[in-house]
Design a protein around this ligand. Structure first.
Ligand code: ADP
Ligand code: MG
Length: 264
């Protein structure tokens, strides 16, 4: 039987590489035969667009799943990448918090949907959840539903400051909603080797977070930023570019860590 693993990509800062990492890590996992579902929980829908899903084609969305009017299987759409599926998002998500703010169990909507899906024979090996840039009810749902958290961190001056706030939230979610939540790892993104500050940030984050930090560092790479406008993961757009190669290495690290986490 398949064992489904749920990994949430979170960082309350925008523009740090959450969506780019979600798309390309999901693609790289799918490429090595892991059936993968990417759930887009950001109302902006960048992950959906980046995977080539037009707004008009988003008949069932993550909003419907959170409103409990659709199941995970109902929402999962095929993408151009074999083994990769996406539950797209729509702007409806913006209203979700207000709509369910009084409902009991509102933080568990996504967990329950995934749990229901995983009973019997789940379709997926990996579920990746792309979060909005805030610590709102959507992100809390994603953390409550996850086995572990993956944090994309941009190599810039304030990186560590934002990280400690995020880790506090993870701690709170562990204390209240999801005691089994692990920190899967921290991936440094948009690294520019010509910038001394970036190298210093890498050293600082490694000395503070130790082996929670993946060995793979994602370089800043134009090809990676061009790909979404073609509705393609960078790995399909230009597999040989340094960014794509880094995401392929990250996927194999993620799989190795998974083995360790699930064996423990
Ligand atoms: P987030 O989801 O955290 O807001 P994104 O993944 O959307 O961040 O990335 C923010 C911007 O940076 C996007 O325009 C994206 O194309 C660009 N970007 C992300 N990673 C890289 C990279 N490795 N090299 C160059 N540009 C990148
Ligand atoms: Mg994003």
């Amino acid at each position: 039987m398949r064992r489904m693993r749920v990994i949430t990509l979170a960082n309350q800062k925008g523009g740090v590489g959450k969506t780019t990492t979600a798309i390309n890590l999901a693609t790289a996992l799918a490429a090595v035969g892991r059936r993968t579902l990417l759930i887009d929980l950001d109302p902006q829908g960048n992950a959906s667009t980046g995977l080539g899903i037009d707004r008009d084609d988003r008949e069932v969305s993550s909003y419907d799943v959170l409103m409990e009017t659709a199941s995970i299987s109902d929402g999962a759409m095929m993408t151009a990448v074999p083994n990769l599926f996406v539950i797209p998002s729509t702007l409806d998500l913006l209203g979700l918090e207000a709509e369910i703010s009084g409902a009991t169990g509102r933080a568990y909507r996504l967990r329950d949907a995934l749990h229901f899906h995983s009973i019997g024979d789940p379709q997926f090996d990996f579920v990746l959840i792309d979060c909005p840039p805030s610590l709102n009810l959507l992100t809390v749902n994603a953390m409550a539903a996850a086995d572990s958290i993956l944090v994309p961190l941009q190599c810039e001056f304030f990186a560590l400051e934002g990280l400690s706030q995020l880790l506090q939230t993870v701690e709170q979610v562990r204390d209240t909603l999801n005691p089994a939540l692990d920190l899967h790892g921290i991936v440094l993104t948009m690294f520019d080797g010509r910038n001394n500050l970036a190298s210093q940030v890498v050293r600082d984050v490694r000395s503070y977070m130790g082996d929670h930090v993946y060995e793979t560092i994602i370089p800043r790479n134009v090809r990676v930023s061009e790909a979404p406008s073609f509705g393609k993961p960078a790995i399909l757009y230009d597999m040989k570019c340094s960014g794509s190669q880094a995401y392929i290495r990250l996927a194999s690290e993620v799989i190795q860590r998974e083995r360790r986490l699930t064996a423990a």
